[in-house]
Design a protein around this ligand. Sequence first.
Ligand code: ASP
Length: 347
Amino acid sequence: MKDELNKVLLIYTGGTIGMGLNPQTSALEPLDFNHLVKSMPELAAIPVAIDVYQFPEPIDSSDMNPLLWRRIVEIIVGHYDRYDGFVILHGTDTMAFTASALSFMLENLTKPVILTGSQLPINQLRTDGKENLITSIEIAAAHNSDGTPRVPEVCIYFSGKLLRGNRSTKINSEGFNAFDSFNFPHLADAGVNIVYHDDVILHPDYAKPMTPHFAMDANVVVFTLFPGIQEQTVRHLLEAPHLRGIVMRSYGSGNAPQQPWLMQALSEATERGIVIINITQCAAGPVEMARYSGGFLLKNVGVISGYDGTVECAIAKLMHLLGHTTDIGVIREKMNQSLCGEITLLQ
Ligand code: ASP
């Protein structure tokens, strides 16, 4: 048992939580962290030693990109041994993408990395930011009786729910209940008490180091099937220069129109080495490509099941794998594995 306070590094990237109104345009824009601290005297009352690392230019998370993910990983790596956990203040718009990317970039993570933000800026009376931030810090500092962290995972904490980051999706642009993970249970629920669901929390190998990965290949795209989709549009997309990976949002349990031109175009693309991942347009439930003939045809032309993963996670996993190898066999194999709890493999 340690006597001193647990230490958490707060990484401020921007987002609504730290925004204020621009008097000229009346639109919200990111402000620096000092403004946020002034609106939140409660920070000093939390029984955790908190240090802050602020992005030189806080951003709206619509401007998030793989280089900034790399920056976040570098910050975590540079401070890893000195902190018990990390809280990342981030805009909600792309928070699920960042959480997914970090889950692959921080292999064998042995400390909590909790992303949070808010729907209303922290200086507004009805802000949801205070509870989100205070509880995230508490979770990032929480330990089991043997000294191991309570939640050694990349998570999103928002509005009472602690979610696995790579299972999360933004579900509401207005309500405080902005995130959920439809295909995976919550890791914890925060009401009067924080109730951790230990049976679903990942267990890293504490004997091994955390291994950071930095390379991400962004030559990927998400495309959504819809009734009436045109051959020339699909071909144009599949033939885009440098394209290496596609997340295809299919119907239901992984179905697609059975037109020969579509199967032919997809088959030519997979033969050229483009990796195509099948993710359902449904919010919940898995892709099961052998269930209907439309899905079965996709399987035959080399499309890979995305199981019950989210679009945000599939695109981040593709970028990560494509960033590390050109061996399509390896990518196919890893897409069919759960690397850090991102998909449920059927038994
Ligand atoms: N546009 C904001 C952002 O993602 C929205 C938010 O933070 O809730 O940075």
